[in-house]
Design a protein around this ligand. Structure first.
Ligand SMILES: Cc1ncc(COP(=O)(O)O)c(C=O)c1O
Length: 389
């Protein structure tokens, strides 16, 4: 074990099972470890480095804003915040945004928006949020309660009350829970990430939209992992031809710096009053300037490139030896091995020079940078397919 690994084990809480590699630097889709070994990164920091490491345009935007205002507070207006807010609304169809620092916080805010809407419309007892089994919405005590995976709940109870979990792709189950509970909202990921790269059916997502309209429930779509171009459109719900009432995003939007955003549709754009929510660092001008540079580049050409790379990966995995199933959309792909564990395959890939992720349900998960060069992608897929054999 290297000196850095030893110090990590000594001084950093053991909340992560890390791969045995110290990342020292990186450029684009290539990470370099402390021994100078090059690794093709097919995880992009869990869907964060959308244009890879040390992206020049993002760096320029961040550095130039650092020279102006690195932080003020939410007591004052700043230009990067409004510029980013407008871009987010234009791309998502939402009307207003709230800034925070992570996906979990963005989901907390979405839950607050839904509960306030229901409390005002129907009464304080209409607080239940329906989420899905296998979902993942964060690690605060409220977003853990929203997360439909018991494995994350153990030893941390009592969690925030008022969450029930429906079966995925089972509209009748969602309807039953909406009948049985005084419900405020339904919250989904259109493609579940951590939970196993499970793609929701179109009829199911559209059925949830109709149910929310019928019962005046808030439809929240968690785009923390799926958002910002990852599935070949700006936000994954755009693949389903629906418009949610609240959308959350984070990860890739910041391009490598922390950001979370809760986006509010016209139904709830004025739900919050001063004091209802807040965040010291939310809307940090440096982070927002970097995020603007990311969104500016997510144009139709870039999104077409995501689809083209996605088709290439799916084609390489079709009929690949040792692969039981492939799921996902765009550059968010889950691969289930016929035999053995996804963790072992991830370690094999690392030995051969490729970083991949895993997901629940024994899946290897790929979340490469949206602009990964084709030659690197081909090389990575050679190694990944070999690791499955
Ligand atoms: C769908 C989804 N929601 C929420 C979160 C939590 O985001 P964060 O780790 O930024 O709090 C994640 C993180 O993986 C996620 O994938």
């Amino acid at each position: 074990m290297s000196r850095i690994q030893n110090l990590d084990h000594q001084y950093i809480a053991s909340t992560y099972g890390r791969f045995p590699v110290v990342i020292k630097e990186g450029k684009g889709s290539v990470a370099v470890d402390e021994n100078g070994r090059m690794l093709i990164d097919m995880g992009s920091g869990i869907a964060v480095n959308v244009f890879g490491y040390a992206d020049e345009r993002w760096k320029k935007a961040v550095i130039s804003q650092l020279d102006k205002v690195s932080h003020t507070s939410n007591l004052y207006y700043t230009e990067p915040d409004v510029k980013l807010a407008k871009m987010l609304c234009d791309k998502s169809g939402m009307k207003k945004v709230f800034y925070c620092n992570s996906g979990a916080e963005a989901n907390e805010c979405a839950i607050k928006a839904a509960r306030k809407y229901a409390a005002e419309k129907k009464g304080n007892d209409y607080y239940t949020i329906i989420t899905l089994e296998h979902s993942f919405h964060g690690r605060t005590l409220t977003t853990l309660a929203a997360t439909g995976q018991d494995v994350f709940h153990q030893l941390f109870t009592p969690l925030t009350p008022g969450f029930v979990h429906a079966k995925i792709n089972d509209l009748e189950d969602v309807k039953r829970l909406a009948e049985e509970n005084k419900t405020a909202a339904i919250m989904i990921e259109c493609i579940q990430g951590e939970g196993g790269v499970n793609v929701l059916d179109e009829a199911f997502v559209q059925g949830i939209r109709e149910l929310c309209d019928e019962k005046d429930l808030i439809m929240i779509v968690d785009e923390v992992q799926t958002g910002n171009g990852r599935t070949g459109v700006h936000y994954s719900y755009q693949n389903y031809n629906i418009l949610p009432d609240v959308v959350t995003t984070a990860k890739g939007l910041g391009g490598g710096l922390p950001i979370g955003v809760t986006m509010l549709s016209d139904k709830v754009e004025n739900i919050f009053a001063p004091g209802d929510n807040g965040s010291t660092f939310g809307g940090n001008p440096v982070v927002c300037a970097g995020a603007c540079s990311i969104l500016e580049r997510l144009d139709s050409k870039m999104l077409a490139g995501v689809k083209q790379r996605s088709e290439y990966i799916f084609a390489r995995l079709k009929d690949a030896r040792g692969v039981r199933s492939v799921s996902g959309m765009g550059l968010m792909i889950g691969i289930e091995p016929e035999n053995g564990s996804a963790g072992d395959i991830a370690n094999k890939c690392l030995e051969k020079g490729v970083l991949v992720l895993t997901a629940h349900g024994n899946k290897v998960r790929l979340l490469p940078a949206l602009n990964i060069p084709m030659d690197l992608l081909e090389k990575a897929m050679d190694i990944i397919t070999e690791a499955f054999e």
